[in-house]
Design a protein around this ligand. Structure first.
Ligand SMILES: *[C@@H]1O[C@H](CO)[C@@H](O)[C@H](O)[C@H]1NC(C)=O
Ligand SMILES: *[C@@H]1O[C@H](CO)[C@@H](O)[C@H](O)[C@H]1NC(C)=O
Ligand SMILES: *[C@@H]1O[C@H](CO)[C@@H](O)[C@H](O)[C@H]1NC(C)=O
Ligand SMILES: *[C@@H]1O[C@H](CO)[C@@H](O)[C@H](O)[C@H]1NC(C)=O
Ligand SMILES: *[C@@H]1O[C@H](CO)[C@@H](O)[C@H](O)[C@H]1NC(C)=O
Ligand SMILES: *[C@@H]1O[C@H](CO)[C@@H](O)[C@H](O)[C@H]1NC(C)=O
Ligand SMILES: *[C@@H]1O[C@H](CO)[C@@H](O)[C@H](O)[C@H]1NC(C)=O
Length: 395
């Protein structure tokens, strides 16, 4: 019986966030500052960066926090449901609050709940990835990004249920992105079970859900890895009264460890140790649900005509080939990007020995005509065919 462990993707990339080059960018926004689309804050130790990023496909802009060493790993988004359409976004502090505005004069108030009693507030990006707005005089925290998670659970973040029997309950949970390039709220939610807060559950948009972890009295046990110790994931469970509770964790034996509720419905776990980062995707499915198959959660069947898997062939595309191309994007990130849009029929991940990511949106038949013999690797959605037999499919 297959019990658990479904590491779907494991990859290694070099990641040196603990050996950053000295950076002189500011980590703090003060009332006299404006952070424009082309400017960023960098945390004091150079671990995280805050600024605007744009969705490669739609061109929408978002306020986000990402790893300074890997801008593709966005850990927080400030305006998931209110994309800025161009590069006119500005973040600033007004009357003690954080304001995000753009050319349309539309003002998205990042902190709407608590108006600071003193206008002397500053907002600092910390090396934990937390962006904290506080009163400068009293150090009182007015607002922090850790209280409004996106899809990423970082050490020190509290996921849970707060103030359930008050008029202002606040739930901290993860919601997946719609797709790897669209940070709007997607299909999957990771939260504590309201009926039994010792359990962590994932919900899918159609109402199906499954337990994925529980408190064993000492540590949080994931169903996919019930042998983990405090050294691996050092979770703590904090019940508050009878109705509220939260989980938080510290990094254990890694330099950093974090979780992402992925748009595919997988729970991705990332580890950083000695400058290397790797990840494991846990599919929330019956293979480790311990017989609880009724609750098996996986992404819905592919909606793409040619499915979601890729054939591989050696070759390259002409240099005149007109598609968005990104240098140094890893193969799995590039695959995820292509996979998320059915119109993407292929991608190139290595060209002339260099790591690239070129997406191809025309028909597969046309693609086979323009692939040249070459040192690159082309990934084609579905089982690629070639009537001439000229191109050998190696996977
Ligand atoms: C940022 O954009 C502003 C206006 O859009 C421009 O004046 C400024 O030179 C730009 N700064 C950088 C560093 O590109
Ligand atoms: C909550 O869930 C845990 C783990 O499944 C179980 O052991 C415990 O009895 C449950 N508590 C309540 C009050 O249902
Ligand atoms: C982990 O799961 C396996 C299979 O269900 C079980 O035999 C084992 O006792 C579990 N270990 C712990 C520590 O819960
Ligand atoms: C919420 O309920 C718990 C238990 O029922 C109680 O201990 C706590 O005082 C309540 N909190 C508020 C703010 O009413
Ligand atoms: C787990 O975290 C606690 C603080 O929450 C810390 O005191 C303890 O040393 C940590 N244990 C490990 C094994 O990292
Ligand atoms: C594709 O290229 C790799 C090396 O890059 C080589 O090992 C392999 O044999 C090639 N396959 C074909 C079908 O040419
Ligand atoms: C998929 O890609 C095509 C071509 O770039 C684009 O026109 C379309 O809007 C994309 N669809 C989605 C859902 O992003």
């Amino acid at each position: 019986m297959a019990m658990f462990l479904l590491p779907l993707i494991i990859y290694l990339t070099s990641f040196s966030i603990f050996f950053p080059s000295p950076s002189h960018a500011a980590d703090t926004l003060t009332p006299s500052d404006t952070l424009r689309d082309n400017q960023t804050l960098v945390s004091a130790g150079g671990v995280f960066e805050l600024g605007f990023f744009s969705d490669l496909i739609s061109g929408n802009h978002y306020l986000g926090i990402w790893f300074k060493a890997d801008a593709a790993k966005v850990v927080w988004v400030g305006n998931r449901e209110a994309a800025i359409l161009d590069s006119s976004g500005v973040l600033q502090i007004r009357s003690g609050n954080l304001l995000l505005s753009d050319r349309r004069q539309l003002q998205v108030i990042v902190n709407s709940a608590n108006v600071a009693s003193s206008p002397n507030t500053i907002a600092t990006l910390l090396d934990t990835g937390n962006f904290v707005l506080k009163e400068e005089d009293t150090d009182t925290v007015i607002w922090q990004s850790f209280d409004v998670p996106s899809d990423t659970y970082l050490p020190g973040m509290k996921l849970g249920l707060f103030g359930q029997n008050t008029t202002q309950p606040s739930f901290h949970f993860l919601v997946s992105w719609v797709s790897p390039q669209n940070p709007a709220r997607g299909l999957f939610t990771l939260t504590l079970d309201q009926a039994n807060s010792t359990k962590v559950v994932v919900w899918r948009g159609d109402g199906r859900h499954m337990d994925i972890a529980f408190w064993d009295g000492h540590n949080l046990r994931f169903i996919f890895d019930n042998t983990s110790s405090k050294n691996d994931y050092n979770f703590s469970y904090h019940p508050i009264g009878e109705e509220d509770a939260y989980y938080t964790f510290s990094k254990g034996r890694y330099d950093l460890m974090w979780f992402v509720m992925a748009s595919t419905g997988d729970l991705d776990q990332f580890f950083l140790l000695d400058g290397n980062i790797w990840s494991i995707s846990h599919r929330l499915c019956e293979d480790f649900a311990g017989g609880n198959t009724g609750k098996c959660l996986s992404s819905l069947p592919s909606i793409c005509e040619n499915g979601d898997s890729f054939s591989v062939m050696n070759g390259s595309l002409p240099s005149t080939f007109n598609s968005g191309g990104w240098i140094n994007m890893g193969t799995s990130d590039c695959e995820t990007l292509c996979k998320s849009n059915c119109s993407c029929t292929a991608f190139v991940s290595v060209q002339n020995g260099q790591q690239v990511c070129q997406l191809y949106y025309q028909s597969r038949k046309d693609l086979l005509k323009i692939v040249k013999k070459g040192p690159g690797i082309v990934y084609i959605r579905g089982g690629a065919t070639s009537s001439s037999g000229k191109y050998k499919i190696i996977l």
